[in-house]
Design a protein around this ligand. Structure first.
Ligand SMILES: [Zn+2]
Length: 209
């Protein structure tokens, strides 16, 4: 048994005591707070100040915009060609459009965020370190908590639903029966709708953060 100082009144208390015999302070809670403060300090001490962020290359952005334009044209042209190949062109061009848009937007947002953090680190290095330490602790809590498994499930579902829709739709579309072909089309539109919904949610999330 060793004696430690009470976190509240400062008098000596056994390190095995649950509550301080002098003021009743919950020593276990105090220990937990101390551990958390030490962890915060360790993280804070290990943070290095950032280097100036690099803007997304103009060539990269240019290529991205060209891909967006070409896929948008391809999407519109898909309505001019016969139905079966038109649907495939529409799906592919839509997927390309979505992926390109997400990459362009996320690169841009990432650069904006890095610039903001860099400016903060120049103006107030200590505040910057506190900000980053807070973020790291939040991330650790997030990835250890149950939120992350829900997050992974949503992520997984947003990939699986469209893929199942497209594959099932393509299989049904190859059928000779008109009714079954209609069902196939619905499957594909469901897949397209869920991709669109995912992209909207991801974009809103990125813009919101
Ligand atoms: Zn006390």
């Amino acid at each position: 048994m060793a004696l430690i100082k009470c976190f509240e009144c400062g008098k000596e208390v056994s390190d095995e005591a649950v509550n301080c015999p002098h003021c009743g302070y919950n020593m276990r809670k105090g220990m937990r707070n101390l551990e958390q403060m030490n962890m915060y300090q360790r993280i804070y001490d290990n943070i290095e100040l950032p280097t100036p962020p690099k803007a997304p290359s103009q060539i990269g952005v240019g290529i991205g915009l060209c891909v967006l334009l070409i896929s948008a044209i391809a999407f519109l042209c898909a309505f001019l060609v016969p139905e079966s190949s038109g649907i495939i062109i529409a799906i592919i061009s839509m997927l390309v459009m979505c992926v390109t848009a997400v990459i362009l937007v996320s690169n841009h947002m990432e650069f904006k965020q890095e610039t903001k953090e860099y400016k903060l680190s120049l103006r107030a290095p200590e505040l910057y370190k506190m900000y980053i330490a807070d973020k790291e602790i939040k991330d650790t809590k997030f990835f250890n908590g149950k939120e992350s498994s829900e997050y992974i499930f949503h992520y997984f579902a947003s990939f699986i639903i469209p893929i199942v829709g497209f594959v099932l739709g393509a299989m049904l579309l190859s059928n000779d029966d008109d009714d079954i072909r209609d069902k196939g089309k619905n499957c594909i539109w469901l897949g397209v709708a869920s991709v669109a919904l995912t992209v909207i949610l991801v974009t809103v999330n990125i813009l919101h953060n």
